[in-house]
Design a protein around this ligand. Structure first.
Ligand SMILES: Cc1cc2nc3c(=O)[nH]c(=O)nc-3n(C[C@H](O)[C@H](O)[C@H](O)COP(=O)(O)OP(=O)(O)OC[C@H]3O[C@@H](n4cnc5c(N)ncnc54)[C@H](O)[C@@H]3O)c2cc1C
Length: 393
């Protein structure tokens, strides 16, 4: 057996033995996702064990080096692991902004001391991170941010507010953009800092949505002490780090278009719900829409695969992440539109029934925000036009 074949066999055997049965289903409600953190409350022993076992194996962050809590897998092995997880419909053991957003810039730009401090707790799901980028007057034009960090020698004193902080009330630490040079051009006076959200002077206020839920907060910093050893990269050069993180955030969000969020293929849902004649859906319009969607889904997945291989070969992902963000989020919206059409009136059941506590209609509405978070579709199109197509700005 080849090395790759052996790795696949070992992976399959290990997953069969270690992934609890209840973790082999797509999420049915928000609580099914495990976000870790200091105040993590596991929904079940299975959820806890699944995380524990994956952490011990280094498979919450399979490609990170072993010394930072990963498994040091190469691209090929990581792909096999992903395929084997998909094969048994395993849930991610851990959802984490630390993994998908902060990890890559820490690995690329962080000092060894910062990596040692932050990466292993991220891999183990011990610290939950929040993102402090947007401000009331700095969203699409992020570099206009005004949160000020005054230099006090070995630390900064930070004042200002952030907005739309996803799960800000549940975050343990925040990675945050602050202004450290007030005279410089707007992109040049920004620093990328990290701090414990339990530090005196940090507070959050929920932003309540029409659904009654509050997945966001406003985050206020009132004379908050942030140590200078918690800056990634150089002071005043945080924009480079911010942009690098955004490429990973955008690729991650765009990936939702190609990953089905662990759910069944749309064509399978349609066949299960509506039935088929000789394996064919009778509604020709729906059938065409689903076929078109699944071809586009496949093209996106393959294009992302190709881009990842190019990154491995040293090509920077850069503006390509914006293409994925745009296309993947639009595709994810199409997926939920189709699922809603397939389920018809039943899809509107907000509280229960076949929708598992309204998970489908809530996910459908949530998908609308995909093309806003991490930078809007218009901004991604601007970046694609300028940096990939070379059109005049
Ligand atoms: C679900 C969700 C989660 C989020 N989580 C976080 C988080 O955890 N942390 C965080 O920091 N932020 C978060 N955000 C904020 C998000 O990054 C911003 O909402 C986004 O960058 C847009 O900024 P804005 O809301 O200020 O809109 P604006 O910048 O005010 O834009 C308003 C409209 O104008 C358009 N527009 C603006 N400028 C241009 C232009 N130059 N060309 C063409 N059109 C333009 C936009 O596309 C948009 O349609 C989240 C947002 C959402 C929806």
């Amino acid at each position: 057996m080849t090395d790759t074949g052996l790795f696949r066999k070992e992976t399959r055997d290990w997953l069969e033995a270690n992934c609890p049965e209840t973790m082999r289903h797509p999420y049915r409600n928000e609580a099914d996702a495990c976000w870790g953190g200091r105040n993590c409350k596991f929904q079940s022993e299975d959820q806890k064990n699944w995380l524990k076992r994956m952490v011990a194996r280094g498979w919450t962050v399979p490609t990170w080096p072993v010394k930072y809590g990963g498994a040091g897998l190469n691209r090929e092995q990581a792909k096999i692991l992903k395929e084997e997880l998909n094969r048994i419909k395993a849930r991610p053991p851990l959802e984490s902004f630390g993994i998908s957003m902060l990890g890559p810039p820490l690995l690329k730009f962080g000092t060894e001391e910062l990596r040692q401090q932050h990466l292993p707790p991220i891999a183990r799901g011990e610290i939950r991170w929040a993102q402090g980028y947007s401000e009331p007057n700095a969203g699409s034009d992020l570099a206009s941010l005004q949160m000020r960090a005054d230099d006090k020698g070995d630390h900064f004193i930070v004042n200002g507010s952030k907005v739309w902080t996803s799960y800000g009330d549940l975050g343990d630490w925040m990675f945050c953009l602050v202004r450290t040079d007030f005279a410089a051009k707007k992109h040049e006076g920004i620093s990328f800092v990290m701090f414990d959200m339990a530090t005196e002077g940090v507070s959050t206020r929920p932003i309540k949505l029409i659904s009654g839920k509050s997945p966001f907060t406003e985050t206020f910093l009132d004379n908050v002490r942030v140590e200078k050893n918690q800056v990634i990269g150089k002071i005043n050069e945080g924009w480079t780090i911010a942009k690098y993180l955004l490429t990973h955030e955008r690729e991650m969000i765009g990936g939702s278009g190609a990953s089905r969020a662990g759910g069944l293929p749309v064509s399978k849902v349609a066949a299960d719900v509506l039935g088929t004649e000789n394996g064919i859906l009778s509604d020709t319009v729906l059938r065409t829409d689903i076929a078109r969607f699944e071809m586009d889904e496949c093209c996106l997945a393959l294009t992302m695969e190709r881009a990842r291989d190019e990154v491995k070969a040293g090509v920077s992902l850069g503006a390509t992440a914006s293409m994925f963000k745009y296309y993947g989020t639009e595709l994810n919206k199409r997926r939920y539109e189709l699922l809603m059409s397939i389920k018809g009136q039943d899809a509107l059941d907000w509280e229960g029934g076949s929708n598992h506590d309204g998970f489908l209609p809530k996910s459908w509405l949530r998908s609308k925000a995909n093309s806003i978070e991490g930078g809007t579709s218009e901004i991604q199109l601007n970046i694609v036009a300028k940096h990939l197509l070379g059109l005049p700005g």
